[in-house]
Write a protein of this length. Structure first.
Length: 317
């Protein structure tokens, strides 16, 4: 009789759905650097704020592809096999890998500049699939205005990027259009892996009046190499990534990626509570910060205007 009762209890347990509070969120990024790490941490913070706590009712998995697209695809397949509640890919390459790997598991991407151009969704307002997320499309026109304010005599902007990253290719097109309006010329220099970044930066010496680095994961992961060239050549270096300013860039107007992660996590929570990804519009992340580095400017032969320093949200001496 006892065996019958135990069997019946086991059958009932299998039939009951898992508690809605018990969830698994799998997060992956193409590479580890401060902005992407901050986005990951922001996702976790938003989950905790909504009552999903690691070790209690949340299993939080994180994997980095270490800059390798093949590894990103492998991680995506591994996550799909694990069948988590939601997958959160950070960056365009990771998002492309995950979206290619599943049509069923909810996907909430983040730190993707051009979700439509990257073929993650067909429509920002109505994704209509298992995918939604946040775009971090850079305010490129404002970036150029900032560079011209700091360097009024600048005529040519050197664009340092990974030509294999869809995000950076999309931003190049935007940059060229905005530069033409601003009376600026754009010259390109590409690095397809981190080991090539310093050489690609050196290729801009004598060809550009300033270096502009987008939210490009390959370049930012090896930023110090580009900074070394910029300091030696007195070639002012700007980025779209605010976390890069403390690492030696002169200035950046961009997002606080911890906040971007929190905004992403809030979308994940909506899905965990029953909403469908395809019904949630893809949004451009809110908020921009201006961060300036006086020491870096001095090393590159630049004095920051007081007007720029005065309105900065953070000043690094």
């Amino acid at each position: 009789m006892r065996h019958i009762l135990l069997a019946a209890a086991a059958t009932l347990a299998l039939a009951l759905p898992a508690k809605a509070e018990d969830v698994t969120v799998a997060v992956t990024a193409i590479v580890e650097h401060p902005a992407l790490d901050a986005a990951r941490d922001g996702v976790k913070e938003a989950l905790e704020a909504a009552g999903y706590k690691e070790g209690e009712n949340l299993k939080f998995i994180y994997e980095s592809a270490q800059g390798n697209p093949a590894t990103a695809a492998q991680i995506a397949r591994q996550f799909v096999g694990d069948n988590p509640s939601v997958i959160v890919p950070i960056s365009t390459p990771s998002a492309q890998a995950v979206v290619s790997a599943t049509k069923d598991i909810p996907v909430v991407f983040t730190a993707v500049s051009d979700p439509v151009g990257a073929q993650l969704v067909k429509d920002m307002d109505k994704p209509g699939s298992n995918v939604t997320g946040l775009s971090d499309m850079s305010p490129v026109a404002e970036h150029l205005a900032l560079i011209k304010e700091i360097l009024p005599e600048a005529k040519t902007i050197g664009y340092l990027y990974n030509s294999g990253e869809a995000n950076s290719v999309s931003l190049l097109a935007v940059l060229k259009a905005e530069a033409e309006k601003a009376g600026l010329k754009v010259v390109e220099s590409a690095a397809t892996k981190s080991a090539e970044v310093q050489g690609a930066a050196r290729a801009l010496v004598g060809r550009a009046d300033a270096i502009y680095i987008p939210t490009d994961n390959t370049i930012i992961s090896a930023l110090e190499g580009a900074v070394a060239v910029a300091e030696e050549a007195k070639l002012p270096l700007f980025t779209a990534d605010t976390d890069s300013v403390s690492r030696g860039a002169i200035a950046a107007l961009g997002f606080n990626y911890k906040d971007v992660g929190r905004q992403t996590g809030e979308v994940v929570v909506r899905i965990l509570k029953g909403e469908k990804p395809g019904d949630i519009a893809v949004k451009v992340a809110a908020g921009t910060d201006l961060v300036v580095n006086k020491g870096a400017a001095a090393k590159m032969g630049v004095t920051l205007p007081e007007a720029v320093v005065g309105r900065a949200t953070r000043v690094i001496e």
